[in-house]
Design a protein around this ligand. Sequence first.
Ligand code: V47
Length: 437
Amino acid sequence: MIHHVVDESPPIHLLDPDLESIAEKVFAGRRLDLDDGRILYDTRDVHGVCRLADLVRRRMHGRAAYYNVNRHVNYSNICALSCSFCAFHRKKDQDGAYEMSVEEVTESAIQAAEAGATELHIVGGLHPWLGFDYYTSMLSAIREAAPRLHLKSFTAVEIVHLQRISKRGKQGFEGMKAVLRDLRDAGLGSLPGGGAEVFDDRAHDTAFKGKIRSDQWLDVHRAAHEIGLNSNATMLYGHVEGRPERLVHMDLLRRQQDATLRNWAAAQGIESAGAPDAPDAVVLTGPDARYPGERLPMPGQTGLETGYFQTIIPLPFFPDGSGLERLPGPSGLENLRTLAVARLMLDNIPHAKAFWIMQTLGMAQLMLDAGADDLDGTVVWYDITHLDNASTHQETTVGDLRRAATEAGFHPVERDTLYRQVERTGSDWRLAESPKG
Ligand code: V47
């Protein structure tokens, strides 16, 4: 974690008087409630919302704009589910269906490591016949061949699938933890935030029927956090859900993170971090000199091993090629607002990511001024959206990401998956010394 001196804040001009009581709370580091969230979504002063999110972002991260050097590998698109929002899945005999062998995945990992990647993001469909062994062998083969690569792998729905096929016999939460331990021992470093979609049963039954619901998604991440793995959280929006469901989604993530950070603080003997009018809340976004050191478990810290949600990643829905092609998808302004609202509401998740692949690099650049502190990475072979489009295999260079951040007035900072600063010369990299004191 990198400590930042908070810049002198320029005054914030709000055009909507309804935003003033919210601004007071933000200035004081108080928690926003769901009614505040509704106002942030309904106000015409979307730029006022962005300014408030920017204040919070600068308190936490100064002018740093994080990115990483990463690669995505989708080991198979064959999936037992057929979610209507997803353009990626195929059935076994369908055109375009594929699965990679452990050797092929490992070869991609070696190439990624040789190109200087620090992270491999590995996800795939719920493959109907690959055994549990395939997954553990994949992780351990990569760890053997490319030991410095952090493996951010498998969404919560894949973990539930792996629990089913692992034949470990343990059910429920303890079974999840056991499977996660097996995966961790094989080389798993953290969980990506995918598959959360939106935590609402009606939207779920329309667009993601058959996929795990919010309670199971949250349980998988809680299990990961309990065994010391960090994870991210996505929110897929702009399809069949509405703004109120997005706020519920944020609230559920926020509650779970409160409990995780509270338990960690109690076990460390750290005084309760409660916000003035919400004693159970752990608010990281206030004018608080104790962030991050006394608010978050730091990587490598000895003592209680606790993971937590590192990053909120709002994902705008892409209708093309999906079963919901009739829908228009969210507008640019809605994307900007949703990122800013997520930054303000999710006051206990340290990072907010503008995933440039889905937001576009130009929009991600604007989002740096509206709450985002992370652009994701250099990413090659991104297949989840835009599958049949020749330009689907998207890559940006470190130079492009750094230029985008600098042009927007930020300091580009390369990070590893756990947000530790990376120093790099070409494909050679090492972790920077963390600041003392
Ligand atoms: O879970 C699927 C989404 C997610 C569509 O953790 C779609 O650092 C838009 O989770 N339109 C996968 N989105 C991507 C993901 C992710 C990406 C980058 C970084 C991280 C991280 C996580 O993509 C899926 C689903 O929610 N998705 N189909 C679509 N048509």
